[in-house]
Design a protein around this ligand. Structure first.
Ligand code: DP6
Length: 285
């Protein structure tokens, strides 16, 4: 018996960057994201006769072949082990196949869709084996998924998700976006998001970050509700620079921006200044 399903990625407009002490990805500040339905991870699970769980890439037309590092595989399987324990299935072993329909590890939040898909498909598969608690409750799944990778907890709600504490929740904003991803390089990033969460704590700019982010979160929600698009743009713009300045001023500092990226940002900024209109833009890690 095989179970297969997928989950989408999401892009944060107010970012999750910085974790509270502990090992379970609790954020220092609330975040707001838009779900990217077209960027998805597919996961397939089947039971195997083995003494350990195994991961392999799902190879299929239309899906890009996942080249997960050993560290990436360990993180994924560790989360699966946690899911098995949460639902009392630690005696059984499974094969997990997964693939994205977009490139991974280059800033497109593949960990969000991967961990959300793993959590969702595990709950579905386990329900075929035994009766499990809260297996269809998106708020519960979101809380479990957060423990694997924080940003994945927002992928259970669409189109908007708000995440403050244990898990994300749906937030009703009367706005659908047309989203485009500009991908400038497909190379793997040198500093992972998990590492970035640690390093930003060393930046002198982290002082006041939590208050700044919480204020922007409230202001952004209000500006969307009032349909003040220019104000929303300004908040989203300020927010991604805030996060990237934390990266640039960490000890040691690091950056995800290249020359073309800066040129595109400057072009968009000029368009807003000249016309008072333009796209919202954000830049992830
Ligand atoms: C920059 O969720 O990848 O994309 O919890 O350590 O797995 P872990 O980190 P991750 O962090 C993503 C951070 C971000 C901003 C965001 O999505 O809010």
């Amino acid at each position: 018996m095989k179970t297969r399903n997928s989950a989408p990625s999401n892009i944060a407009l107010i970012k999750y960057m910085g974790k509270l002490p502990g090992l379970d990805n609790k954020p220092t500040n609330g975040s707001l994201s838009y779900t990217l339905e077209h960027l998805r991870t597919t996961v397939e699970i089947s039971e195997i006769q083995s003494q350990r769980d195994q991961w392999a890439p799902l190879i299929e037309n239309g899906l890009s072949r996942l080249d997960l590092s050993q560290k990436g595989q360990d993180k994924f399987l560790k989360h699966f082990d946690f899911l098995k324990k949460s639902w009392g299935l630690q005696e059984k072993y499974f094969q997990i196949l997964s693939a994205n329909n977009f490139p991974s590890d280059c800033g497109l939040a593949s960990s969000a869709s991967s961990f959300a898909a793993l959590t969702r498909v595990s709950s579905e598969h386990f329900q075929h084996i035994k009766k499990i608690q809260n297996g269809n409750d998106p708020n519960f799944l979101s809380q479990l998924s957060r423990k694997g990778s924080g940003s994945s907890c927002r992928s259970f709600f669409s189109p908007w998700a708000l995440w403050k504490n244990e898990g994300a929740e749906s937030i009703s904003l009367n706005l659908k976006l047309n989203s485009s991803v500009i991908l400038l390089e497909q190379g793997k990033k040198e500093v992972s998001s998990s590492e970035a969460h640690q390093r930003v704590l060393t930046s002198p700019r982290f002082k006041g970050r939590i208050e700044r982010a919480e204020l922007k979160l409230q202001d952004l929600i209000r500006s969307i509700e009032k349909e003040h698009w220019k104000e929303s743009f300004a908040i989203i713009w300020d927010e991604f620079w805030d996060m990237h300045e934390l990266f640039h001023t960490s000890q040691p500092g690091f950056a995800y921006m290249n020359k073309t990226c800066r040129e595109i940002l400057s072009h968009i900024e000029t368009q807003w200044k000249k016309t008072g209109h333009g796209p919202w833009v954000t830049l992830d890690a």
